[in-house]
Design a protein around this ligand. Structure first.
Ligand code: HEM
Length: 250
């Protein structure tokens, strides 16, 4: 569990760093997504590896649960928890909810089935190459406050899950010694809170209109009436701004 958990942790941190490019020029995150897509079979290998890692992680968790149950089939007459943290006691629940979130998230942004085929249709040109407009897709994806709140809750649960998972991982590999235990707990807490805030920043920035669509083809597309993110009323402004990728201005 420690090894698979560490690999998955590496992925979520890398994914967050990639997603934080939403705060830079749209070309940045669009080119990054295009780079990943252009890996072709390489990307599929990485996806299969991550999927296998996730399946093994979940399978081992189920094994552990069964072993625990088998070790004490009757259960305690009077259960008093002495030391276990809340995060450790709810690992299975948080794990199952995060797993459900991943399925939704893949359908939302990777397979793009949740909002119909026309929901995020656009491409942009970067250096003459048409690439998917992932920048606008993320902004449109968080237009619905319910979806945004679901993302924040899921990332919160994932951070909570990581808190116990990371501490246990250090325990498993023998690095959680008596001397280091306190410091380690604090470092893990800081990492998990930072991870949560990083993801929440993306969703909150979109919800508050701090990150805006800059693709003029999307002017007025899926806008709330009083929303200035991509309303027709600011289409002209979008085209005039220096922020627009040159290729988009035609
Ligand atoms: C604010 C939070 C997040 C945002 C904005 C976000 C954004 C995205 C986007 C835009 C894609 C599609 C990329 C593309 O098609 O080019 C994606 C894919 C993916 N995301 Fe997230 N994500 C977030 C959180 C998470 C979390 C917490 C997890 C894991 C628990 C996760 C796991 C994945 C996975 C597994 C993929 C599929 C990668 C692939 O196979 O290409 N994401 N995400």
């Amino acid at each position: 569990m420690a090894v698979t958990g560490f690999i998955l942790f590496g992925f979520v941190i890398g994914h967050l760093i990639g997603n934080l490019q939403i705060f830079a020029h749209p070309d940045k995150i669009n080119a990054y997504a295009h780079f990943l897509e252009a890996l072709g079979p390489g990307l599929w290998l990485i996806r299969l590896f991550l999927l296998a890692t996730l399946v093994i992680h979940v399978w081992l968790a189920a094994q552990l649960t069964l072993e625990n149950k088998a070790a004490r089939p009757e259960g305690y007459q009077n259960q008093i928890t002495m030391r276990a943290t809340m995060a450790s006691r709810y690992m299975r629940v948080s794990g199952v909810i995060v797993f459900a979130f991943i399925i939704y998230h893949l359908l939302h942004f990777t397979v793009r089935k949740t909002h119909g085929p026309e929901a995020y249709p656009n491409t942009v040109l970067i250096d003459g190459t048409a690439v998917r407009d992932v920048h606008s897709m993320i902004i449109l994806g968080f237009q619905d406050p319910l979806i945004s709140i679901f993302y924040i809750l899921a990332v919160g649960l994932l951070s909570w899950h990581l808190r116990h998972g990371l501490v246990s991982m250090f325990q498993s590999i023998g690095w959680r010694t008596r001397t280091w235990s306190n410091a380690l707990n604090k470092i893990v807490l800081v990492v998990c809170v930072t991870y949560f805030l990083g993801n929440t920043l993306i969703v909150a920035a979109v919800m508050m209109g701090q990150v805006r669509i800059q693709n003029p083809q999307l002017a007025g597309y899926a806008c709330r009436t009083d929303c200035e993110i991509c309303g027709l009323h600011n289409a002209a402004k979008i085209v005039e701004t220096d922020d627009v990728p040159i290729d988009n201005q035609s």
